[in-house]
Ligand binder design. Structure first.
Ligand SMILES: *[C@@H]1O[C@H](CO)[C@@H](O)[C@H](O)[C@H]1NC(C)=O
Ligand SMILES: *[C@@H]1O[C@H](CO)[C@@H](O)[C@H](O)[C@H]1NC(C)=O
Length: 243
């Protein structure tokens, strides 16, 4: 696989905003299709298009809290307005500027404070493609031990209830909405009466996600597994469509 991979090495020596860390994220696209990386807030990735079987090594800001995701099926229309079937940023250009993305989208959430990094895979805004986060080295801040993988690798389309299915304009499945985003019920969103400690419980929709993706967070109060805090990892491998 490595021999086929096009290694795209981006070493940003000068920071655009804030300092760059020694923390390198390896973004590998193992999907059979191109994805367009996106991050909010921006990580300064000027060339977010990732072809299949490519690896990008990217130095992350040393103080950054945000989400990373992959956009799918992006294209310019006849008036050069850039948009994507999932994860679209709404900017009309390949550069996201200030998203939130359109849902559904599988989110990789990170909180980087120098060498201590919290990380999770979240299905709180649905699912558009399989992902994995693999810390490279490091140990858990709470309790020690190595920093575990988190991922959601399974094909969610198999368990996506029909009322949560997202389709493109040709009627093809492109992702699965979260119950909160699609049904807007406080019970699923953990808001209002459901916002207090213990008030928000897994629901029939989140349980379907959980069945296939035990290491991902499937509703807003999901704390199983906890959000891992990892210290001293040299990097994080982020894989889209890990097999
Ligand atoms: C391209 O997309 C934009 C945004 O949806 C729309 O305003 C514009 O009319 C589209 N252009 C064409 C030629 O379809
Ligand atoms: C992380 O990715 C790099 C580049 O693909 C690879 O060489 C390395 O073995 C990976 N490390 C882990 C822990 O998966």
């Amino acid at each position: 696989m490595a021999s086929k991979a096009l290694i795209n090495l981006l070493l940003l020596l000068l920071a655009v905003t804030g300092g760059r860390s020694d923390l390198y994220f390896h973004y590998e696209n193992r999907c059979s299709y191109t994805v367009w990386l996106a991050a909010s807030p921006s990580i300064g990735d000027a060339d977010p298009e990732r072809n299949p079987e490519t690896l990008e090594i990217f130095s992350m800001p040393d103080d950054w809290t945000g989400s990373i995701w992959a956009r799918t099926n992006c294209a310019n229309n006849a008036s050069f307005y850039f948009s994507c079937e999932t994860g679209d940023c709404g900017s009309g250009t390949i550069d996201c500027q200030s998203p939130p993305p359109t849902y559904p989208v599988t989110l990789l959430n990170f909180d980087i404070k120098q060498s201590v990094v919290s990380y999770e895979v979240s299905l709180n805004h649905g699912h558009n493609l399989p992902v994995r986060i693999q810390p490279v080295g490091g140990s858990l801040v709470d309790g020690g031990g190595s920093c575990p993988v988190v991922d959601c690798v399974a094909d969610i389309s198999n368990v996506c209830p029909s009322n949560l299915v997202a389709k493109n304009k040709n009627g093809q499945y492109v992702g699965c909405y979260s119950a909160c985003d699609q049904l807007k019920d406080p019970k699923y969103c953990c808001t209002g009466d459901f916002s207090g400690p213990g008030a928000c419980q897994p629901n029939e929709y989140s349980q379907r996600f959980k069945q296939l993706c035990k290491l991902a967070h499937t509703y807003p109060a999901d704390s199983d597994p906890p959000v891992y805090r990892c210290s001293g990892a040299t990097g994080y491998n982020v894989t889209f469509c890990p097999s």
